[in-house]
Ligand binder design. Structure first.
Ligand code: F6R
Length: 353
């Protein structure tokens, strides 16, 4: 076995490389999801069905919005839009519901979105673990879901997604059914065992992926349904493994990015294809032709698959795999997967300025 493989199977080496215990938080993800399903939104009064839902969030918190939007796209006629930025888009006007999601409760962009929602007198719901958002919700009697604090926002996907989905269900927007939640939880349970540190490389897809990527840059592509998860993989690689990542989706990348893949630059990239068992045949053909065309020029190619029937199970299973792969890649690269010092410094400077 390679040196990298030995490190990933050595519990002592893993503990030394991951001193804050990112692996423990990931191992507890099924429990996080189960706890999250029961979190209620305080003071949520009946309200009119919105014309549009705008989820305001950044980074790991916005990812919960992406997951809700993907589920909603298949099920409800009301669009769910994820807004990553200051203020609110102009679609957030009459009959819009704004859900502000920030794990820390302190993201400046989300606080600004809340201010705009107040100015426009829009119905507002908050999902947070504390900070300024929780204080504001209490003081202004805004409905809010308070989730447990103490972990990294990007590792709190369960805590952020399930209360958000529950708020929409309470408004008669059935983005995910109880049965679909059960299916997703069962799959996440199984994956927690399959991807755990104790599972050796030979039998652990996330470790094998990290080893396959090695020193290359991951370039992750999904299809029409898994595209948002490709973006989530990229950000997990960036934040956890501190490496550049690329993300995109088919068919669009077939119309532009594909050109770059047949240049010598592609040698430094590792192509990761997020396949969906339920993808349309034409998307399957596009993945096959893509591999044919660029497989030889890419530094390497890996293909992974969704699990389950519902959109939630398929996207959550894939996201969870990516989280593990990015933490194992961090270990291989000798970086602490937990800390994000540059991101923190950015926030600190803006705050101090
Ligand atoms: C850090 C992380 C970031 C944050 C983002 C927004 O672990 O995942 O992407 O999610 O900086 O912060 P919050 O989520 O606290 O609003």
């Amino acid at each position: 076995m390679s040196d990298g493989g030995r490190v990933l199977d050595d519990m002592g080496a893993l503990a030394a490389a991951d001193p804050h215990g990112a692996r423990d938080v990931l191992a507890a993800f099924p429990a996080q999801c189960r706890a999250a399903v029961t979190i209620e939104t305080r003071a949520l009064a009946p309200m009119k069905r919105p014309r549009v839902v705008v989820v305001a969030g950044m980074g790991g918190s916005a990812a919960a919005g992406d997951l809700v939007a993907a589920c909603a796209a298949e099920r409800v006629e009301v669009p769910v839009i994820v807004h990553r930025g200051y203020g609110l888009p102009s679609v957030a006007w009459d009959d819009a519901l704004v859900v502000a999601v920030s794990y820390s409760g302190n993201s400046a962009e989300v606080l600004s979105a809340v201010e705009t929602a107040r100015t426009r007198r829009l119905p507002l719901v908050i999902v947070t673990a504390g900070g300024a958002l929780a204080a504001f919700a209490k003081q202004a009697s805004v409905p809010y879901a308070l989730v447990p604090e103490g972990i990294m926002p990007r590792m709190a996907l369960g805590y952020l997604f399930f209360p958000l989905a529950r708020v929409l269900r309470a408004l008669d927007l059935d983005v995910v059914s109880g049965e679909e939640i059960e299916e997703a939880l069962g799959i996440v349970d199984a994956l927690a065992l399959e991807l755990a540190p104790e599972r050796p490389v030979a039998d652990n897809e996330a470790k094998r992926l990290a080893l396959a990527i090695g020193a290359r840059w991951p370039a992750v592509y999904g299809g029409p349904v898994t595209g948002p998860v490709a973006y989530r993989w990229k950000t997990d690689f960036e934040e956890n493994a501190k490496t550049f990542g690329l993300a995109g989706a088919l068919p669009e990348m077939n119309h532009n990015t594909i050109e770059a893949w047949r240049t010598t630059l592609a040698r430094d990239l590792h192509l990761v294809l997020l396949r969906d068992d339920r993808e349309e045949p034409e998307i399957g053909r596009r993945f096959a032709v893509l591999q044919d065309l660029v497989g030889a020029t890419a530094g390497g190619v890996s293909e992974v698959r969704t699990r389950g029937r519902s959109v939630l199970a398929r996207l959550l299973s894939l996201t969870y795999l990516g989280q593990w792969a990015s933490v194992y890649l961090a270990v291989l690269r000798g970086v602490d997967p937990w800390v994000v010092p540059t991101l923190d410094e950015m926030k600190r400077r803006l705050h101090d300025g």
